[in-house]
Design a protein around this ligand. Structure first.
Ligand code: FAD
Length: 285
């Protein structure tokens, strides 16, 4: 239950994505069943850039909420969507009993012109949050970046903007993935000094193949500590060993966080129940 997060109890949550192909819902539902069996407090469902796959996000989030009985949180982005279509999306979520959204600006699509970018209805996530708070009965969460967002000059200015999200109604934050806990501890300290008082979930991405570095991780802008790059250099060519070593790295990272009183863990589950199960069983044993 999402309530655990607000009651300062340990919380565990997962991020999943909707099926990429049409008609792939049955296998996606099986993945959700397997992840749901791990009893997370909530599961968040990503939103395709520009909202092209918004219906799929609603369908997966609805399955989690209404069939599995687990709190679902639907992501939404405003960079490529007009206010009206975001309101339609909010209405669809509410129709399916989904009351939590992760409100994001989104990344500027490569084919978006300057004119389109500059005339967007909501410039930043906080602008959309304010609108949702005033016009839609939804609970709102936001994203945060322990190593700063890639467009920010400094962590200091990014944290000032994070405070704007809290002031606009964000009830909690989920962090970008990080692989070096020291960045996270330092971020938490600075966020507290800036007046961030809402819970923050630590985003953990298990690296189970070398190719993940070339895609997801590079896009996130997160630093790769030497221990992780060494591990990839050693095991990267062997699929099975790399998978084991990556899971082990994530487990050690979470154990260290828990030893340092970081108790809200959000696993980027990447629709991989087996990997996620191994991590969860190790940390909650
Ligand atoms: P914002 O909060 O608007 O921040 C963007 C930049 O603008 C930052 O540099 C910030 O410092 C600055 N800024 C913010 N507010 C202000 C202000 N008021 N004035 C001036 N500057 C400001 N993307 C997807 O497309 N789909 C997803 O499902 C998705 N899920 C995600 C989940 C998590 C947990 C995270 C961390 C990211 C996710 N993203 C997703 C990626 C996200 O959309 C990008 O990181 C995007 O570039 C920024 O989104 P944001 O909501 O943080 O933007």
């Amino acid at each position: 239950m999402l309530q655990n997060l607000f009651n300062h109890k340990r919380s565990l949550s997962f991020e999943v994505f909707p099926p990429k192909k049409d008609g792939d819902f049955e296998s996606a539902f099986q993945v959700m069943d397997a992840l749901g069996a791990l009893s997370p407090d909530f599961i968040s469902v990503t939103y395709g850039a520009g909202g092209s796959r918004a219906g799929k996000t609603v369908e997966i989030a609805s399955y989690i909420q209404n069939t599995l009985g687990i709190d679902a949180m639907a992501h939404m982005t405003c960079v490529g969507s007009r206010q009206e279509s975001l309101q339609q999306y909010a209405a669809a979520l509410k129709e399916h009993n989904i009351s939590y959204v992760l409100a994001l600006r989104g990344d500027r699509p490569k084919d978006m012109t300057d004119e389109q970018f500059n005339s967007r209805d909501f410039a930043h996530a906080s602008d959309m949050m304010r609108f949702l708070k005033e016009n839609e009965a939804l609970h709102i969460a936001g994203a945060c970046y322990p190593e700063k967002h890639y467009e920010s000059f400094s962590l200091e200015s990014d944290l000032n903007n994070l405070k704007k999200k809290q002031d606009a109604g964000a009830e909690f934050f989920i962090s970008q993935m990080f692989f070096d806990n020291d960045y996270y501890y330092s971020f938490l300290e600075k966020a507290e000094k800036k007046g961030i008082t809402v819970p923050i979930c630590a985003g953990i991405m298990p690296i189970t193949s070398a190719s993940q570095l070339g895609t997801t991780v590079t896009l996130s802008g997160s630093s790769i500590p030497r221990a992780l790059s060494n591990l990839i250099a050693t095991y990267g060519d062997n699929k099975e060993d790399m998978c084991k070593a990556g899971i082990d790295y994530a487990i050690r990272q979470i154990r260290d966080l828990q030893e340092n009183d970081v108790n809200d863990i959000h696993i980027y589950a990447m629709n991989k129940p087996k990997t996620t199960r191994e991590i969860v069983e190790a940390i909650y044993r």
